[in-house]
Ligand binder design. Structure first.
Ligand SMILES: NC(=O)c1ccc[n+]([C@@H]2O[C@H](COP(=O)([O-])OP(=O)(O)OC[C@H]3O[C@@H](n4cnc5c(N)ncnc54)[C@H](OP(=O)(O)O)[C@@H]3O)[C@@H](O)[C@H]2O)c1
Length: 244
């Protein structure tokens, strides 16, 4: 099996890569992992596996907030493999400036990274995908429920989530499925700077009274992407946010 995971060296994406590796039972499996900046973190991912497993992971350094790298990444995938089985579009960035301070430049960067680039990667990789292949989009519960203070992040994720529905028809002829997952608050470096007051306020609204772990999201994401009857679905994972 061949997998492409964007943003796979940290947080949720890294947990997905580890989940994939834990199920890999062929020396021919390849997991192409895209990251943008942190070489040390990328090397740590490789070092986490025994030597004989390490060559299954192929690191690819591309800043996926830059539209000009899309062709390069697609060209590299075309050179490396005959077909892709899974594409996990995981990268997402936030912008926490106040709405009144937004510039179009900020707006375009978030939309480009969170929506435009993932969609064009799908457009360019769809005929590279094997029959019965599967695409997983990393949305956010902030794209479903208006709780985030970041308007541009929420709207970009709402667009990405809806892509899991509008692209079903486009992908049908390739035998490729597409689904999205929508996590709530997950313990990654995104949440590190949060004050205790903010964390407590959020946890009080979650029936599980805690943030989720990247592993919990990865477990669900893996099940969604490998389930052969799931297509056009959006699956939420937020511990019961504001459900009680
Ligand atoms: N954490 C949450 O609470 C939460 C909740 C809902 C949804 N999500 C979504 O889940 C996804 C992953 O979030 P996370 O919290 O796991 O993030 P994270 O810990 O910040 O993961 C970042 C990963 O993405 C890569 N990355 C970031 N910017 C990149 C860029 N411009 N080009 C290439 N790679 C880039 C990082 O590599 P480098 O650092 O080397 O660039 C790293 O591998 C995002 O789409 C996010 O919106 C997160």
């Amino acid at each position: 099996m061949n997998y492409l995971v964007t943003g796979g060296t940290d947080g949720i994406g890294c947990a997905i890569v580890k989940r994939i590796m834990s199920t890999s039972n062929s020396a021919k499996d390849r997991v192409f992992v895209v990251y943008g900046h942190d070489d040390k973190k990328a090397q740590e991912l490789i070092d986490d596996f025994p030597i004989e497993e390490q060559e299954k992971i192929v690191l690819m350094k591309y800043d996926l907030s830059d539209e000009s790298v899309v062709e390069e990444l697609v060209g590299r995938i075309n050179d490396e493999v005959d077909g892709l089985d899974y594409f996990i579009s995981n990268i997402g960035i936030g912008e926490y400036a106040k709405f009144d301070d937004y510039t179009m430049e900020m707006w375009n960067k978030v939309f480009s990274t969170n929506l435009t680039i993932p969609i064009f990667l799908i457009q360019k990789l769809k005929d590279k995908m094997n029959n019965n292949g599967s695409i997983l989009l990393m949305g956010s519960y902030a794209g479903i429920k208006a709780y985030s203070s970041s308007v541009v992040y929420s709207l970009s994720k709402a667009g990405l989530i809806f892509a899991s529905k509008v692209l079903v028809k486009e992908l049908e002829k390739y035998g490729v499925r597409i689904n999205a997952v929508a996590p709530g608050f997950i313990e990654t470096k995104w949440q590190k700077g949060r004050s205790d007051e903010s964390r407590n306020r959020i946890c009080a609204k979650i029936a599980q009274h805690r943030f989720g772990t990247p592993e919990e999201v990865a477990k669900m994401a893996f099940d969604v992407m490998t389930n052969e009857y799931m297509n056009g679905s959006i699956v939420e994972i937020h511990g019961g946010y504001e459900y009680f």
